[in-house]
Design a protein around this ligand. Structure first.
Ligand code: U3P
Length: 152
């Protein structure tokens, strides 16, 4: 009986381990959605079309607005050690970059239809605000790289 029960539990345990290993942390999600350390700043809509697809933001629907930060990932993580700044949205624990960073903002074109998500790219240098959590403290949410609206 005990052997049967433990044989039943084994696949459940295996599934739990697999899902823990495979699940993405909030910090990994932030870096997938917002960090691109290797690209030069091109004012190129094709960059947005490709990156939004490759980084998994066009699967169920086309994400309307997304910022890619074209800076070294260590520099982006280090923002969490700057002094606290007010968050614009529901998060707390926000920090602002000490200088302007190179970003590419991808905005969904009005005539775009899923699954063909078409974006307009805009390159700009600006301060960004990130919410940070965990230990080590890492960015988990891009609060703002612009002055208005949280668009999902
Ligand atoms: N967002 C950007 N850039 C901005 C502002 C918002 O990409 O300047 P997330 O938790 O980082 O995914 O604010 C809602 C979402 O819009 C942000 O949430 C971010 O993805 C995006």
């Amino acid at each position: 009986m005990a052997l049967e029960r433990s044989l039943l539990l084994l696949p459940l345990l295996a599934m739990l381990v697999v899902s823990l290993v495979w699940s993405e942390t909030a910090a990994e999600r932030f870096e997938r959605q917002h960090v691109d350390s290797d690209s030069p700043a091109l004012n190129d809509n094709a960059y947005c079309n490709q990156m939004m697809r490759n980084r998994g933001m066009t699967q169920e629907s086309c994400k309307e607005f997304n910022t890619f930060i074209l800076e070294d990932v260590r520099k982006i993580r280090a923002i969490c050690w700057n002094k606290k700044a007010p968050c614009k949205y529901e998060f707390s624990n926000c920090h602002r970059s000490s200088g302007p960073l190179q970003v590419t903002e991808c905005r969904l074109k009005g005539n775009s239809q899923h699954p063909q998500c078409k974006y307009k790219a805009t390159n700009v240098k600006k301060h960004i605000i990130v919410a940070c959590y965990g230990w080590p403290l890492l960015p988990v949410h891009l609060d703002s790289s612009k002055s208005h609206g949280c668009l999902k």
